[in-house]
Design a protein around this ligand. Structure first.
Ligand code: GCB
Length: 610
């Protein structure tokens, strides 16, 4: 399979008719643009041998599946037929839609017909919310773009490939894990493949606002600043930004890079916060392009070892969340999915979520904006990437750039995380320092973090956890993961653990916890066994007591809100392919530990803001 992914990449680059421009862009605020949804049933062909690309002698086919041929009785027989092929729902991973695709890793072809009437002075993009992991796209047999990375959106300019009337789009999506991928071969989550988020046709004027960044000045809470970029605009083109509810409006002109600097004074602004998640309607326009957004304005910064939201110290009462769909399982994509997950987080008393371990659907950060939940957002620089491989660094950079570009106008997002639990070595540190620098360059208004591993030493009274990973130098906020009482030491391990933190920076305990199968109980009066609800609840009590002894602790995101599928969790009858560290099961059953954490969060007996 590993080989096949590389083969396919090469083949597609060489084989197919291509537009001059095969690159993708990413339209900021795409969910407020005029769009025609292509969600629904797509014809699909499961192609484990990449037959859609290769002849029987392993030569590249000129008549691959992207031709979407129809049977011709006078011609050679066809080995495929999209018209009669079974369908899969988009959005949706393939694994949970058909039992035979549950473990499938490889190529699936998707095809859909649509009618279209090209309009003058209009550009048309095929928007793909996410496709895991590598995707090639053809419209009417013309290759329009390709994209690598399973959790960020991309937009192909398909304007010149479209016809008046009947059109079709063919995609190949390959979720084969590759050593030089981001993430790489090992992950503790299911490798859900397919078109896992919305697909649509998006229209813009020829010149259009493709990107902007509007945020509150850290030094002046009466000033919104940033930029608007107008794709294709000549220097001097005007841009207007208005916030009607604040009676604020400004006009600026773009420079030679098609970018206009924005400086918009505002009076009586209600600052966005978890208590007052006030969103304002923002109107942006330039020439024929008009766009609205709903935005909150707030500042986030670090002072010593405190985190300041709008200048005030805050403790982040958080929980880690995977993009696993409640109840039906599979990749989360709908309003209902995100409302359920964030609803549980709020019920728990959270003001913060760690969206692990990759960018979640944009609905999640939109909902966090609306509900007043602060967000840690992460790219899948997870475990042991090929840190000495420049091609892998390029992939990480691309995903970071896409994540930031999509979500930099969301008030909820306060932290960009560049990694999780990476091995401490010089190549890794160099790589991730580059990533932290890039994050600041792209977005100087937010904080940079990463979830680090910690060192363990014996102490006279137990154990010392040492936080001295050199990557900490590159971070604004230190994240640390620990599983005391689960992977190491018994239930009382936290009682005899002390922390030695070599950075005077805010610290978030970004993972801690243990597994429990909902409904599995320890007999009364016994020491609870692992995987019982009682064990997990007890573990939370011991952990909370330990965490409260860390003076610079400014947040926690225990692992995690809800059970999620993982191919590494094979214990029959207990795990059954699920990581069971959720405070709720995948079916929404609350475990005892849910109420322990809820009480600590609601009574504010866990953590201090200063
Ligand atoms: C970790 C990883 C997370 C795993 C978790 C676990 O440290 O960051 O992705 O799922 O531990 O359950 O072991």
């Amino acid at each position: 399979m590993l080989q096949s992914a590389t083969r396919i990449l090469l083949a597609l680059l060489l084989a197919t008719p291509a537009l001059a421009q095969t690159n993708t862009t990413l339209l900021v605020n795409v969910d407020h643009r005029t769009a025609t949804s292509l969600d629904g049933d797509w014809h699909t062909i499961v192609d484990p041998y990449a037959t859609g690309l290769y002849t029987f002698h392993q030569e590249i086919r000129k008549d691959g599946f992207f031709m979407n041929a129809t049977p011709n009785p006078a011609g050679p027989p066809l080995d495929y037929n999209f018209a009669t092929a079974p369908t899969l729902k988009v959005p949706g991973d393939w694994n949970t839609q058909r039992p035979d695709l549950f473990y499938y890793e490889g190529v699936v072809w998707y095809q859909k017909d649509f009618t279209y009437a090209p309009k003058p002075n209009t550009r048309t993009f095929l928007h793909i919310g996410a496709a895991n992991y590598r995707t090639f796209v053809w419209v009417n047999t013309v290759k329009v773009c390709e994209h690598e990375g399973g959790f960020t959106p991309f937009d192909c300019d398909i304007t010149s490939a479209l016809k008046d009337g009947k059109n079709f789009v063919v995609l190949s999506v390959d979720n084969t894990r590759i050593a030089d991928g981001v993430p790489t071969l090992q992950t503790d989550w299911w490798n859900y493949g397919g078109l896992t988020r919305d697909v649509s046709l998006v229209e813009t004027p020829t010149q259009f606002i493709d990107d902007y960044d509007l945020h509150l000045s850290r030094t002046d809470h009466g000033l919104i600043e940033g930029y608007v970029h107008v794709e294709g605009a000549a220097a001097g083109t005007q841009v207007t930004v208005a916030i009607p509810d604040l009676k604020a409006t400004t006009t600026a002109t773009v420079d030679a890079d098609s970018r206009a600097a924005i400086s918009l004074p505002v009076k009586s602004l209600t600052l966005w916060s978890p208590d007052t998640p006030r969103l304002y309607k923002v109107e942006l326009s330039s020439g024929a392009d008009k766009l609205t957004d709903e935005m909150g304005f707030r500042t986030i910064e670090v002072r010593g070892n405190q985190i300041l939201l709008n200048g005030q110290p805050i403790f982040l009462r958080g929980i880690s969340v995977h993009a696993e769909a409640p109840f039906r399982t599979g990749r989360a994509y709908s309003e209902k999915d995100v409302d359920t997950l964030l609803g549980w987080a709020k019920e728990l008393g959270c003001n913060f979520v760690r969206l692990a371990h990759y960018p979640h659907d944009q609905r999640m950060t939109r909902a966090a904006d609306r509900l007043g939940v602060l967000v840690w957002s992460e790219i899948p620089d997870y475990w042991a990437l090929q840190f000495d491989n420049p091609a892998v660094l390029a992939k990480s950079k691309q995903q970071l750039t896409e994540m930031i570009r999509r979500d930099r106008d969301k008030a909820s997002v306060i932290l960009w995380s560049v990694a999780n639990e990476t091995p401490n070595n010089p190549a890794r540190t160099k790589y991730l320092t580059t990533m932290a620098d890039l994050s600041r360059q792209l977005d100087p208004t937010r904080l940079v973090t990463a979830a680090l591993l910690v060192r363990t030493e014996k102490s006279p009274t137990g154990t010392t956890k040492i936080v001295d990973d050199p990557l900490g130098n590159a971070l604004d906020v230190i994240g640390t993961n620990e599983y005391i009482g689960w992977y190491e030491q018994g239930l009382t391990g936290p009682d005899t653990t002390t922390w030695d933190i070599h950075y005077d920076k805010p610290l978030i305990m970004s993972e801690w916890g243990g597994g429990a199968r909902a409904g599995r109980h320890a007999p009364a009066g016994t020491t609870p066994a692992q995987f019982t609800e009682e064990y997990q609840a007890e573990l939370y009590k011991h952990q909370i007591a330990m965490l409260n002894k860390i003076p610079q602790l400014r947040g926690t995101t225990p692992w995690l809100l809800m059970d999620f599928r993982s191919p590494r969790r094979l214990n029959p009858g207990i795990q059954d392919n699920f990581n069971r560290k959720g405070l709720l099961s995948d079916q929404g059953q609350k475990k005892q530990a849910f109420f322990i954490l809820q009480k600590a969060y609601k009574d504010k007996t866990l953590g201090k803001a200063e």
